[in-house]
Design a protein around this ligand. Structure first.
Ligand code: PHE
Length: 344
């Protein structure tokens, strides 16, 4: 019996000492002291057993156990004093004037920065800024925009279709134009709104095409809106974005949701219209699709086409950013190469 107890005592003392050597902080110490000297510790259990021993064993084991406990307590106390002194020294030796480790800070993506600029310009002209869903219904993305099912834009190659457990016909929006109808339904006429956001096309990526890119939709609905308003607003906006006078021109173009429809070009900033590599010798750079809102679209938005007319445009933000910074490949915008982004 007594030899079992002796062995148990030896083990308890050893365990306590090795726990103590592993302590590097006052918190470690607290945990070790509780485990090895506390009420529920092995040593405490052994001390409590002394009283139950036969008288002849009680004396020798009791003495040894009590001595071990006292020594351990003294060692623990000494160690705690050391640890406390160390932690105080650490505080005292801290030099607040030492330069910190510089954190690497990120910054806005160049496309997002242009988007904010564009938003500011339009807000200053009385437009509201709206968000719209990137997953759209076929009805908003196509039908409400007067795009019949045989139109090439409905081609499966251009559109990412989304599986919907509820059986709705959903797409990743191929343009921000569905927001024309949503905005008219929500706010009615008259209305000035822009809708910046991401759009998706099922295309092979190359230097000027990505399967995800950014547009800003614009819509103005009021009494007597004409092509002159469209052209004037776009020239003013580009003047604000690029500084100075910016010459723009409209070329007739077909979009099912506008009539008449145009593509808007602005004069090349790099050669002032003389012709260069950037504008491929034409002196003009294509920027956006636009036109007067088709009567069918006004109706789909709940607006009376007899009382109101409107213009709409879909501005490509990536293209604009590329122009602004002379970026030659749109794929840089989605590549994770920090050397590219750190230039902005
Ligand atoms: N939604 C068209 C596109 O993505 C652009 C556009 C918008 C054209 C509004 C006319 C009016 O190409």
């Amino acid at each position: 019996m007594s030899s079992d107890l002796d062995r148990a005592l030896d083990e308890a003392v050893l365990a306590a000492k090795s726990a103590l050597t592993r302590c590097t902080t006052v918190d470690d110490w607290e945990a070790a002291a509780t485990a090895h000297l506390g009420r529920k510790s092995a040593i405490n259990g052994l001390l409590r057993q002394i009283a139950t021993l036969p008288t002849d064993q009680r004396g020798p084991f009791g003495k040894r156990a009590n001595e071990s406990s006292r020594t351990l307590t003294a060692e623990f106390d000494a160690r705690k004093a050391d640890l406390l002194a160390n932690s105080l020294a650490a505080v005292r030796d801290f030099d607040p004037s030492t330069p910190g480790v510089a954190l690497r800070r990120g910054h806005e993506h160049p496309v997002l920065a242009i988007r904010r600029e564009v938003e500011d310009v339009f807000v200053s002209m009385g437009f509201r800024v709206q968000d719209g869903p990137e997953v759209e219904t076929e009805a908003y993305n196509f039908e409400a925009l007067n795009i019949p099912s045989h139109h090439p834009a409905r081609d499966f190659q251009d559109t990412f279709w989304v599986d919907d457990p509820a059986g709705r016909r959903l797409v990743m929006r191929t343009h921000t134009s569905p927001m024309q109808v949503r905005a008219m339904r929500q706010f009615g006429a008259p209305l000035r709104v822009i809708v910046p956001g991401r759009v998706y096309r099922n295309e092979t990526a190359d230097a000027t095409h990505e399967s995800a890119f950014h547009q800003v939709e614009g819509l103005v609905v009021d009494r007597g809106i004409s092509v002159a308003h469209l052209k004037g607003v776009m020239a003013a906006v580009l003047g604000r974005l690029f500084g100075g006078e910016v010459a723009v021109r409209l070329r007739p173009h077909y979009f099912p949701f506008v009539e008449p429809g145009f593509e808007l070009d602005f004069q090349c900033r790099f050669c002032a219209g003389a012709g260069c590599a950037v504008c491929k010798g034409t002196g003009w750079i294509e920027l956006l699709g636009c036109g007067l809102v088709h009567a069918h679209v006004l109706k789909a938005g709940g607006v009376d086409p007899e009382a109101f007319t409107g213009f709409a445009f879909g501005l490509g933000l990536d293209r604009l950013t590329m122009m602004r910074h002379g970026v030659e490949d749109i794929r840089h915008f989605h590549g994770g190469d920090l050397r590219f982004f750190e230039q902005f």
